[in-house]
Each structure stands twice: as structure tokens, then as C-alpha cells.
Ligand binder design. Structure first.
Ligand code: C5P
Length: 227
């Protein structure tokens, strides 16, 4: 292996939380910091990949030397991801995409007129699942890695997402654990893949998780091309 093992490879990474607008000054978002996705982007860049980073709302500054695409809502993020799939070798979806968005966005700031205000939400598309379906319809496409932030039954939910969203790997973290998940500098993850593959990583910096994950992706891609 040379010093730039991912040279010539296109890697698309999503990071951060989506922002779902309620009115011009208010929105729904989540605690995702973007740090895990940024660490993967840096690691892939340092291995020589051509990296596109599709970002939602993030606390951290995106790394240099990668193509940064800023998005806000899940719908916009979907468009940015889907329009770039052709020619992409690896997709890593570390973004926390909102499951629901306001059914309509008010043009003006909502005034406080009544004591009870009901906000109607509609389901967002599942981008990871659409990527899996895109691949299935075409009979091929990028190697796809999903993330799963769970607070209970981590393995069960991760394996369910691996199958349902048709991913090649799922990286699961228990966001309720200390030293893992949103905002933290470290993470504690388990990686699940096809054919019963499972690897449980100890607490590590997000960069170290990123490096190990790229090694697992490399080995899994090699395995599938040799099959
Ligand atoms: O939210 P959930 O736990 O199902 O997220 C698992 C994976 O699916 C993550 O990689 C996330 O980025 C992706 N996802 C998505 N679109 C959604 C919800 C989740 O791409 N609407």
C-alpha cells in the first residue's frame, strides 16, 4: 500500500444536523456537531481521496482540502447527495438527518396569538435508503456506510438498518454513553457489515475511529471485488 491508497477515489461524506425551518427566524435541529463526519473527511483526504463533504448545521469548522457543500434541510441534503452519486466510489452518511419537518413553512414570523400552538410535522425522505434503492435500480454504485445513533438495543437497531437501508456497513454508537456521540471528542462504536461482520471498537478519538473505519471499508470493498 502506497502513502495515498485512496488516490483517484471519490468519497462523499455527510455531516452535521439538518435544519428544518418553521418560519423565517425559527427552526428544528438536533445535537449533531459534525465532528465525526469531519474526522472521516480529513482521514479520507489524507489518504488521497477526492472528498466532497455535504454539511448541514455544524459547530466545528470543516477541514481544508475538501469540497464543502453547505445545505440546511433534509430535502436539500437529499438533492445534493443524490445528484452526486454517479461517479462516487464511497458514500459515508454521518449526518443526523431530521426524521420530520414542519408540514409548511410560514412566510412571516408566527405571532403568539393563542395559548396552544400545534406544529404539524411530515416525514422526511430517508436519504440513506434512497441511495440504497438507487444502487439496486442501477445494479451497482458506491459502497455505502450509514451511521446509527441509538440509546437502546444498539445492535438490534443497527442490524435492522443495515438490512432495511441496504447499506454495506453500519456504524452504531450508543449516544447515551459517556465519551460517545454528539459533540464529544471521542466515540465508542461498533461496525456491522454483510455476512455477520461485527467489530467493536474501544473508546477512541473520532479521528482514530475514522482511520479504522476507512480500513474496514477498504477490506470490505476488496472482499466484494474478489467474490
Ligand atoms: O436516523 P437513523 O438512525 O435512521 O439514521 C441512520 C442513518 O440513516 C444515518 O447514516 C443517517 O445519516 C441516515 N438517514 C438519512 N436520511 C434520513 C434519516 C437518516 O440518510 N431521513
Amino acid at each position: 500500500i502506497g502513502p495515498k491508497p485512496l488516490a483517484g477515489q471519490r468519497v462523499l461524506i455527510t455531516a452535521g444536523g439538518t435544519v428544518e425551518r418553521i418560519d423565517p427566524v425559527r427552526y428544528i435541529t438536533n445535537d449533531s456537531s459534525g465532528k465525526m463526519g469531519f474526522a472521516i473527511a480529513e482521514a479520507a483526504r489524507d489518504r488521497g481521496a477526492e472528498v466532497t463533504l455535504v454539511c448541514g448545521r455544524t459547530e466545528a469548522t470543516p477541514p481544508h482540502g475538501v469540497n464543502v457543500i453547505r445545505t440546511d434541510s433534509a430535502l436539500r441534503m437529499r438533492d445534493e447527495v443524490m445528484s452526486r452519486l454517479d461517479g462516487t466510489d464511497v458514500v459515508i452518511k454521518a449526518a443526523a438527518v431530521a426524521d420530520y419537518r414542519p408540514a409548511s413553512r410560514a412566510d412571516q414570523k408566527i405571532k403568539k396569538t393563542s395559548d396552544l400552538l400545534t406544529l404539524e410535522l411530515v416525514r422526511n425522505p430517508d436519504i440513506l435508503q434512497e441511495v440504497g434503492e438507487w444502487k439496486e435500480a442501477r445494479g451497482g454504485g458506491p459502497f455505502v456506510v450509514g451511521f446509527a445513533a441509538e440509546t437502546t438495543d444498539v445492535e438490534k437497531h443497527a442490524l435492522d438498518k443495515l438490512a432495511r437501508k441496504k447499506c454495506d456497513l453500519i456504524v452504531a454508537n450508543n449516544v447515551a454513553e459517556a465519551g460517545a456521540g454528539f459533540g464529544a471528542e471521542t466515540n465508542i462504536v461498533s461496525v456491522y457489515g454483510r455476512g455477520g461482520f461485527a467489530e467493536h471498537l474501544p473508546q477512541m478519538t473520532k479521528r482514530a475511529v475514522a482511520e479504522r473505519l476507512l480500513d474496514i471499508v477498504r477490506d470490505a470493498r476488496k472482499g466484494s471485488s474478489e467474490r
